[in-house]
Design a protein. Structure first.
Ligand SMILES: [Zn+2]
Length: 545
């Protein structure tokens, strides 16, 4: 007698094989049989022809803080995600000394748009080291499976304190970082994550710590992956980090390198394809690099109280540390505005906002800045409008990745990795936790850019193989029963809604699923008719080489 049988499904095996009709049996949390299943089951689900695929593996999330107060990692599991990789870009919350907690929370507030009040009220600080953090996650349980990066910025802060955001490390400090990283890898970290992106600024506008690392430090840390013979190196790349250097890291370490964030810019439309081409050539030389791409247009809601959209600009730097009246005075400053205009008029390899004023909307009026400007300068129009409304004006900007022909090419590229949901971060700016449903609905059903079998592979089998997540990401006997049952004719993501359910009643945007009929993690239903509040997720610590 099987624990569970799902009958009459369209089976997508997660490996890209053509879909086929059949049943799937689960015993003790694992797939027991795929195809025609006979015999009885304690629980039987008639799929009625709906599609069944391995649960989505979201390889770019920032649930590190939220997971300590919300073991359901809302809303990801309801959007089909059964495994989340946390700690991307180097922004973990472990290791962290008690005296640095406030600094780490303020950095997260700035860089990942997490409410400081929510972090202060919410984070359970039952750890200091990363191994202790992993133990805590394991003890407390989670609805979905979790894997955690060792975060470069956190390790740097642990070793250097506030100086981590100010200077290069000494060789003694690098040695201490290496020891901490090796300890984390041995305890079960999935790899090393970092950022060199100018968009990543912490408290007071200071660069996030990893941005101060020189090439020798990066080389030494990535070398730990070779020593440990495990782990992925993920990096959110700034313009000054050349692809040949990253290829060198892949060559020296023998480990996969995931290069984020390859988002398409209409103002510099070839840049991401040049990067992807270099990645393809590197693979031809036997070095495993992947370009992390997104299937969602990057759109953000923001106010000038926290203008993440502009904070990566060099010309915005003078405003970064300022608050209150001093900040407003800076926004009024002519020379400041001229500097921004001049920077935006120059091409950039990667820049979040590129002066596309016809894509910035004032939420309450629905008109774009280009329309409202009506002949005036658009930057002046936006800043003056915000200043007149005490900076409370809500803008929405369509920043990157909105050219569907270009994004379609990126999604099909042999060296791209569907990624970048940023779930758990930028909480009031956007919510792309439903990226997988968007891939299955928009890119597969509506646009036909991917077949259903390819999309299922991109969301499960592919990330499982890149990250060495063994025994997941395929519908195969012996594999863990992480499953998503959905209606291919309807699947998609619903509208984003503002809720006030964070600790301290703080707001965030949340996303809803369309066409999801069931989600199982390790054989336990967490979304669907017989869903429970159980926490069947496992902390993943073993990764195949
Ligand atoms: Zn990130």
């Amino acid at each position: 007698m099987h624990d569970l049988v799902i009958r009459n499904a369209l089976l997508l095996d997660g490996l890209g094989s053509p879909p086929r009709r059949g049943d799937l049996a689960v015993d003790s949390g694992k797939v027991a049989q795929v195809g025609a299943v006979s015999g009885k089951a304690k629980e039987s689900v008639d799929a009625g022809g709906l599609a069944l695929m391995p649960g989505i593996i979201d390889n770019h999330t920032h649930y590190d803080a939220q997971i300590t107060w919300d073991p359901w990692a809302s809303p990801s599991p309801s959007l089909g995600v059964t495994t989340a990789v946390i700690g991307n870009c180097g922004f973990t919350i472990a290791p962290c000394r008690e005296k640095d907690r406030e600094l780490v929370m303020k950095n997260l507030t700035q860089v990942e748009g997490m409410s400081l009040a929510a972090l202060r009220a919410g984070i359970r600080w039952e750890f200091e080291s990363l191994p202790e953090y992993l133990d805590m996650l394991e003890r407390r349980g989670a609805a979905l499976n979790l894997a955690c990066f060792a975060g470069h910025s956190s390790i740097r802060t642990y070793v250097m304190g506030a100086a981590a955001s100010e200077r290069a490390a000494t060789s003694a400090e690098v040695d201490r970082m290496k020891a901490i990283l090796l300890e984390a890898l041995r305890a079960g970290a999935i790899g090393l994550s970092t950022t060199t992106s100018p968009a990543h600024n912490g408290e007071g506008g200071r660069p996030m710590p990893s941005r101060l690392a020189d090439e020798a430090e990066l080389r030494a840390l990535v070398g730990c992956l070779r020593e440990a013979e495990r782990g992925v190196f993920m990096l959110t790349k700034g313009g000054q980090t050349p692809m040949p250097f990253l290829e060198g890291l892949a060559a020296d370490s023998g480990r996969p390198v995931v290069v984020a964030a390859l988002l398409h810019s209409s103002t510099n439309p070839n840049a991401v394809f040049e990067d992807l081409e270099k990645i393809r050539e590197a693979n031809g030389r036997g070095h495993r690099l992947l370009g992390a791409v997104s299937c969602c247009p990057l759109a953000m809601e923001f106010t000038l109280h926290s203008p993440y959209v502009l904070e990566g600009l060099d010309s915005w730097k003078p405003a970064l540390p300022l608050k209150g009246e001093a900040f407003k005075a800076k926004l009024r400053d002519k020379a400041f505005r001229n500097a921004i205009r001049s920077e935006l008029s120059q091409p950039a390899h990667f820049r979040l906002f590129n002066g596309e004023w016809d894509k910035v909307r004032v939420i309450e009026s629905q008109r774009t800045i280009a329309e409202l400007a009506a002949g005036r300068d658009p930057l002046d129009t936006m800043l003056d409008l915000a200043l007149a409304e005490n900076l409370d004006t809500v803008f929405s900007a369509l920043l990157l990745n909105s050219d569907e022909a270009a994004v379609g090419r990126m999604l099909r590229h042999p060296c791209s990795l569907v990624s970048l949901s940023d779930a758990g971060a930028h909480l009031t700016f956007f919510n792309d936790a439903g990226f997988g449903l968007h891939l299955l609905g928009h890119w597969t059903r509506e646009l036909g850019v991917l077949s259903l079998a390819e999309a299922a592979w991109r969301l499960s089998g592919h990330p499982a193989s890149v990250f060495g997540i063994a025994g997941r990401g395929a519908l195969k006997p012996g594999y863990h029963a992480d499953l998503l049952l959905f209606d291919p004719a309807k699947v998609g993501r619903g509208p984003v809604k503002r809720t006030f359910d964070l600790p301290a009643g703080e707001p965030r945007l949340t996303a809803q699923a369309v066409g999801v009929h069931g989600v199982w993690v390790n054989g336990t239903c967490i979304v669907g008719q017989r869903s429970s509040q159980a926490l069947p997720g496992k902390l993943l610590r073993q990764f195949s080489a």
